[in-house]
Write a new protein. Sequence first.
Lengths: 360, 360
Amino acid sequence: MATTLNRINALKQVAFRKGGFDSFIVFNSSNLTYFTGFSGASALLIPENGENTVYVYGVNYAQAKAELAEVKVELVERGENLIDKIAKQAKAFKIEKLAVDSLTIESWRALTKSLGSEKTLATDPNFIRDLRKVKDAKEIELMRKAAELTSEGMRAARETLAAGMREYEVAAEIEYAMRKQGCYGTAFDTIVASGVSSAFPHGGCSDRKIRKGDLVVVDVGATYKSYRSDMTRTFTAGKPSEKQEKLYQVVKTAQEKAFEAVKPNVKAADVDATARKIIADAGYGEYFVHNLGHGVGLEIHEPPTLSPDSKDVLAEGNVVTVEPGVYLVGYGGIRLEDTLLLQRKGAEKLTEGQSTLNKE
Amino acid sequence: MATTLNRINALKQVAFRKGGFDSFIVFNSSNLTYFTGFSGASALLIPENGENTVYVYGVNYAQAKAELAEVKVELVERGENLIDKIAKQAKAFKIEKLAVDSLTIESWRALTKSLGSEKTLATDPNFIRDLRKVKDAKEIELMRKAAELTSEGMRAARETLAAGMREYEVAAEIEYAMRKQGCYGTAFDTIVASGVSSAFPHGGCSDRKIRKGDLVVVDVGATYKSYRSDMTRTFTAGKPSEKQEKLYQVVKTAQEKAFEAVKPNVKAADVDATARKIIADAGYGEYFVHNLGHGVGLEIHEPPTLSPDSKDVLAEGNVVTVEPGVYLVGYGGIRLEDTLLLQRKGAEKLTEGQSTLNKE
């Protein structure tokens, strides 16, 4: 719990000292989990002068009272309006310059109306985005566990996948293996994309029967106490063809060179370029149709982004995926992905597992 | 595919004929799935005069081209800004009164700036909300399947749950059973909340070992082709006590009376009141800390809402949950939930399964 209070204090440091705000309201659900460790809150008011207050509906109130020791827990009663309730408290705290992380246009209008002035309000999601990019010790511990469980799921895929199985049957074995080891759920819908579907990065997981000779892209992630992980391997059902092996080596080399490039103080766009050049040089540039990678944490996609147009600079404590791919529509696709933790001198792979096309 | 075009035409009917708009932009991801049948789109522009256009990033472009026959598929290229691209097309279509389903304040500002005028823009999520409340034949077919798979998961819970198992181990058996039968994933994080955790409506699913005598709330949902279902049973590990049986009968009676009350043209608030009165009369009114139920479909919580302050009136084609509960903090909780389809004369239970506290 002290950890979450540290995070609130870190936000106050940047938003109040540097940003010039005197209060912050957090509405985004991942941000709420980050600052409270609790997933059932509806809002968190962080005033410069006053008590940090979590707003919770009746359904989650008893649990919030039991689990949250370091913030005030305020019940939003039936018939009460959350926005009005927060605005009333903000006025009581004599708040003059309020930041929110994110709001829909409707809620924005309701909040400015409740506050009585639009001038007091601004959005700045970047304070929190920048904090969340650098994982603290507690987060790293949870992400190691999520990655370990993810690797367990991939091991199950490698062991069970065979021609004749339906895509969802492979997913069943993966998810069962992760769950039995203590995972809290999947970090995203498991992808098992076989044959022509493997050429779609978000193809599968359908009732298609895997056929001998198919490429099968398996993209899997476990969640552990709200933290996520992400890993992809591509297998063949049966012995790979020469063309499949050749394509695989291109993607594998691209991934390995990217691993070496992932270091603190390196531009994320440069890491993307390293992998992209290898694929382009092999003649498949136009078939690598997505970014090289993304940050992972409480969300499956979060900053920093490893892409050609990314402005991010990598830093110690970032957790990112590196996932080059080649997708030949009508033929099939290959993607390889691991989740990496940036250490002071380079990247540590959190997900672990063999990387060969042939399962044997 | 004809189905999704029917849905677009139904929106045009209400938004253009009745609402006075001449175009609609859909951004919400469930709404995009509803109108296209595809889950990888980023926006859909529906002009009164012009072609319906789906906007897709490179990662999903090949799949969109392969799967979408009745709308134009537009690639958002690297470096292009989605909002600017749509605004440019809107201007080409000479759009004068544009509605959007939902937008963050930042995107709203970007869109009004791109359009060159705020006057052209309005949000109205209610057109789509009202359409989605009434499921069409295709949706009902998919929701029947999702409910069947959910019932399968609950059967696995009833069969395997025992003192000595960890909560997540029960979840593993539930999810494996659903997946093996062809489900596409869970509709929400499975809840297995035992002992004191069962008193929290969103308690579990942790590594807690289930003990003899515990109440165990199991809340589970399968997803089938993007459609969801929702079901809860409460079991005891071992023979129930007299107090547990008494509490269970209160909740069960409340649920049964609510089933009878669910009919077209009935106020959702009245159905909630029916169940709430039974629980209050038994002396547990203050321990029923949530709404009676919610709509289900592409999202796990969607309109209509069965609550004391709901303004919804039920109609044929609605799919809703009925889930009374009693939660005694420090002791345990009991919830019973099924997913119902409103037929012309009353409710049909889509989820099916025994309702007894004792597993035997």
